[in-house]
Design a protein around this ligand. Sequence first.
Ligand code: ADP
Length: 545
Amino acid sequence: MPATRIFIVEDERIISRDLQNVLESMGYEIAGAATSGEEAVGAIPGAHPDIVLMDIMLKGGMDGIDAAEKVRADFDVPVIYLTAYADDTTIQRAKITGPYGYLLKPFDERDLSIALEMALYRHRMENRVRESERWLSATLGNIEEGVAAFDTEGLLVFLNPHGEHLTGWPAAEAGGRPIEEVFVVVPASGDTGSANGVKLSFAGMTGSSLNDDYILVARHGGEKRVEFSTSIIRDRKEAVSGGVLSFRDVSERKKAEEELRRHRDHLEEIVAERTAEISAANEKLRNEIAERKKAEKDLKKAMELAESASRAKSEFLANMSHELRTPLNSIIGFSKLMKMQVGEGDFAGYLENILSSGLHLLKIINDILDVSKIESGKLDFERTLQRPGDIIGACVAMMTVQAAERGVVLQYRWDLPDELTVHGDAKRLQQVFINLISNAIKFNRSGGTVIIESRIDGPMLVVDVTDTGIGIRKEHLFFIFEKFSQVNSKLDRDTQGTGLGLTISRMIVEAHGGRIGVRSVPGESSTFTVSLPLCTEKARGDREE
Ligand code: ADP
């Protein structure tokens, strides 16, 4: 352990010298020496002594008490006075400077040693207390809790910064006031026996207690929910020396607790409400399902009725057509024969009229028969592998004369491989293309053109029949494939159509797994498009087997 360093202030050099020798012989180290107050004040900072021995009566303007005052104010060094005089005034003056000892000259070595050790011990202890005070005040200053201390009279002696914040009282103003004036609380329950605040009567306090639901009314009126606890402070002899009050803001926590309680209280209500809602929704759903099932049943019944009515109608039409065709064939046959025999003249014109009317009637009957057969599912398609190029080519050849008669040019293009095939009924497919080409000629103008061209689109063969005729108005396009639809009434009457050709064509194409469509620019052109599924290699192989 390093030796204790002592600074000596003594104006008698001999005494100073002697003192130094004595101290050194006792094992102390001399940090320095001065003979006047001014010299001492100047030298002590650089000498770093552990203790100063200060003579009171010094030569010069500054005596030992002044010098000690200065040293104590600037540095934390304990001072022991050495003096030959001990009058009351001097002692009173010296006391104010808080000396650590007071030795009367002449002194013996034992007194000196005891005084030095006592002073050093006291200084160390004081430093330790100061240090723990610093820790305490830093701790109290930083905690999120209000802390107030009060004495046995219940008067406030300490209030930390958070306590200042919660009560609205600055510590300096609150100090010395009754604790219940600074810390005003009422029970949050509202049943207040002490509306003016809880009496923090110190007399009633025996130990520590926790009070968990109060409202703290701050100095200028703000309110906060707090919980606080009080405990008494006892000295070493177990005598009560004061009390400590600690309090914290629990407004947020209380709010959350209350919210939770409210939710809990309402939970059952909410569950009952939701359950009722769900069962109402279930009931509604059950009714809806029952209604839907009933509607489905009704619909099925209606469909069955409609289907059987349609079947009955188709059968009736098929029978009627047969009955009508027999006499009609006689009329056509005999009028042809008569026409050949009468030659030229009025009767020839009449007979021509009978013949063309008969043929038109026969076409109508045949078409009606076709439609009803297809609708009643009685038309059997004789499907075989067909080259579509051949079928369309034959149709074009058949229509050449009709086209020439009306001054219309037929253009047929087939740029696809010949070996392409479709699986279908050749006669029925021909019926489709003849109808389309025939319409394209009928509804064309003299000098017009009909172009028939084909392409492949994915798995389908697509055939376009385009004319340069009268076109079809947009509003008519929607029902052109419906039965008996004739949209150009005057022309239709002249051209003697039945309004069933396109209906039959669509039925045939769809029965072959294909589609038929139309687009048109009124007054310019129409294009009817037929797409039919092509046979793949595999399908072809399967069918040929
Ligand atoms: P129709 O035997 O009367 O020709 P369709 O079913 O074949 O019966 O045709 C129905 C109607 O559609 C025709 O009467 C005609 O008004 C119209 N139509 C058909 N093809 C064409 C076309 N290429 N150009 C203009 N109108 C057409």
